[in-house]
Design a protein around this ligand. Structure first.
Ligand code: FES
Length: 343
């Protein structure tokens, strides 16, 4: 018995009027049956079916070209210090990815709409788990569907589909490779080291200890940062604030790592890495404008407010023979926000 016959037995023949209660709305309405089935061009015209097959193949080939385009874009357009290249690389990868996904999707939809079987079936609700006979029938239907997809009879689609699906995950390999190299201990270290002069940021120029007045704040970078291999990355880690306080206000350790009340602390917020750019001279507080973390200079830059969890690291400084401020050594700990290896 077919699906439709079973359905009609259970729900009434098309056009059957069911009993109505006197003067009321019927319990159930007429079964309207199925509208007349309209065949697609490919069902009746072999030429149209072949044309649809070629169209599907073209879309799958375009998808392959898109996948290869992603790989070529990643390899060919490398960042070489020119920001325009990042822009071109992003555009090329985006367009290739669009072509790869769009063509694959259009090809699949076109295949299903023009060449896959076009039977109309009724499937009424039933228990979640079917009987053994129904389960066997379902397996049979799946096998039938696989056979009807015609992959054996349509080698052009089969081969191009295999090509498209094999190439599709390939760009992921290059994406992941392109995220390297691993950072190593780059996140834990800065370019600061003993004997390195402190220079003003951004104007440059060494800083004489005698020129740092009480209550002042100086934005500082390590001398020679412009020659670093990755200037922006180094600047993002090495920025420092130098302030002069009455030495009696500082903790013992803070005063010891400074010079005559001049202390240097990392400018990179330990919450999420914003520059801690505001200094309240009266309260001796450093404020991060992003989420208002507040660090107290008189308590070794301990967090007294806000979401930051760690004090700002202090840079030990001293003066050279000519009275200029120099780092005594690098930071003792990683600057900036916490990360996975730091805990
Ligand atoms: Fe400074 Fe969030 S980044 S408080």
């Amino acid at each position: 018995m077919s699906d439709i016959e079973r359905a009609e037995e259970a729900h009434g023949q098309p056009g059957t009027t069911l009993a109505k209660p006197a003067g009321g709305v019927p319990d159930r309405f007429d079964n309207p049956g199925l509208p007349e089935h309209r065949h697609r061009m490919g069902d009746t015209d072999p030429k149209a079916a072949r044309r649809a097959e070629r169209q599907v193949a073209v879309m799958l080939v375009l998808s392959m070209i898109g996948s290869i385009g992603i790989v070529v874009s990643i390899i060919a357009i490398k960042y070489n210090g020119d920001f325009d290249r990042i822009s071109w690389s992003t555009k090329a990868i985006g367009l290739s990815m669009f072509l790869s996904l769009f063509a694959l999707g259009v090809g699949a939809v076109h295949w299903a709409k023009t060449l896959m079987p076009d039977d109309e079936r009724i499937d009424y609700r039933h228990r979640q788990r079917g009987t053994e006979a129904e389960r066997e029938e379902a397996v049979g239907l799946l096998k039938e569907g696989a056979a009807e997809a015609g992959l054996g009879r349509r080698p052009l689609i089969r081969n191009t589909l295999v090509g498209a699906l094999v190439l599709f995950p390939l760009p992921a390999v290059f994406f992941f490779r392109d995220t390297g190299p691993l950072p190593g201990n780059d996140l834990s270290t800065t370019m600061w080291e003993g004997g390195m002069h402190l220079v003003k940021d951004p104007e440059g120029g060494r800083i004489r200890a005698a020129d740092v007045s009480l209550g002042s704040v100086v934005h500082v970078m390590p001398e020679g940062i412009e020659d670093a291999e990755s200037v922006l990355n180094e600047k993002a880690k090495s920025a420092v604030l130098v302030m002069r306080l009455d030495e009696g206000l500082l903790t013992e350790k803070s005063a010891e790592w400074g010079v005559d009340g001049i202390v240097a602390y990392s400018k990179i917020c330990t919450h999420m890495g914003c520059p801690v750019a505001l200094y309240e001279q009266q309260t001796h507080h450093l404020l991060c404008p992003c989420h208002q973390s507040t660090f107290d200079l008189t308590q070794d830059c301990k967090v007294i407010f806000g979401p930051a969890k760690r004090p700002l690291p202090q840079l030990p400084i001293t003066v050279d023979d000519e009275g200029y401020l120099v780092a005594e050594r690098g930071f003792y700990e990683a600057v900036g926000p916490s990360f996975w290896e730091r805990g």
